[in-house]
Design a protein around this ligand. Structure first.
Ligand code: ADP
Ligand code: MG
Length: 286
């Protein structure tokens, strides 16, 4: 395995921060491996979007290094052509689905990115159809995007990225504006892209249940990395999560509460299925 995204001692301040004490990001060093599924978790204002914009080169850091797909994007000799190449390898899905759709027909929207790659007509067609099939939206190819649900719109936005054949997709709170069904649609799309297509996923979220899908969770607070570990490791440190205003998943919180009340339940993070087993055992033993 090799590192697909790597940052070293990354720091960034917004110019118009006025009398703010802390920079938006400070000394952030993380790595995401090829094909890894990582969640970045943190409450509002913790620097998550700033981090995403640095990775996508919408912003450039005050100090520190960013490497993507083996290229140092912060190097002085990094050109605009290089940027074009890197952007093709790292797609981004943002919060508001309406801001990401550019065309009046779904398939034209999906074709928008890859059209700029100068592909032959046939390959473009194949890529668009494949991407729409992957997100389960092929039957909407001729529809008008603005008439779709939020979850469907996000899946169209994702299809537009898949059609570029990236190695990594960054989702910045991509489910925050969706209803529960839309959230589930987008989450299972992320899971599928990672599991079946080996696309690295960086899911920036404030939802615990979403973060639990990842191989690894990086918790950020006040622009710094606060924890970095598996869901099991991170969610077991419940007091430290509470200290920065976050909560563990509901079942972990419940088990923690019941344990403090004297119930013999397993400590730390337990996946949903195992939670049910533990509760059944507890009930049978009572
Ligand atoms: P998150 O995505 O975790 O909510 P952000 O990266 O958006 O956090 O913000 C990190 C910090 O930077 C916050 O304190 C926020 O107020 C500040 N910030 C974000 N965008 C700007 C901006 N365009 N100008 C000035 N300050 C900003
Ligand atoms: Mg944000």
């Amino acid at each position: 395995m090799s590192e697909f995204v790597k940052t070293e001692h990354l720091s960034f301040s917004y110019e118009d921060e006025g009398d703010r004490q802390n920079p938006a990001l400070e000394d952030v060093s993380i790595a995401v491996q090829d094909g890894e599924y990582v969640a970045i978790l943190g409450h509002n204002g913790s620097g998550k979007s700033t981090f995403a914009k640095l990775l996508n080169m919408i912003l450039s850091p005050d100090s520190g290094k960013i490497c993507i797909a083996g290229r140092e994007v912060t190097a002085p000799d990094f050109t605009e052509d290089d940027m074009f190449d890197v952007r093709r390898e790292v797609g981004m899905v943002f919060q508001n689905p309406d801001n990401q759709l550019v065309a009046t027909i779904v398939e034209e929207d999906v074709a928008f990115g890859p059209e700029n790659l100068g592909l032959p007509r046939k390959e473009l067609r194949e890529r668009v159809d494949r991407a729409l099939s992957m997100v389960g939206m092929i039957e909407y190819a001729q529809h008008a995007p603005h008439r779709l649900s939020g979850g469907q719109k996000q899946r169209i936005a994702i299809a537009g990225i898949i059609a570029m054949m990236p190695k990594c997709i960054i989702f910045d709170e991509a489910t925050a504006m969706l209803d529960p069904l839309g959230r589930r649609e987008v989450m299972s799309t992320m899971d599928m892209l990672n599991r079946d297509h080996h696309i690295a996923i960086l899911n920036i979220t404030h939802y615990m249940d979403e973060a639990a899908h990842a191989d690894r969770i990086i918790v950020v607070n006040d622009g710094r990395v606060y924890m970095d570990g598996t869901p099991g490791e991170v969610f077991s440190r419940i007091d430290e999560l509470h200290a920065i205003g976050l909560e563990a998943p509901q079942t972990t919180e419940l088990f923690d509460f019941l344990r403090r009340e004297g119930c013999p339940l397993p400590a730390g993070y337990t996946e949903d299925e195992a939670c049910i087993d533990a509760l059944v055992r507890l009930y049978e033993e009572a």
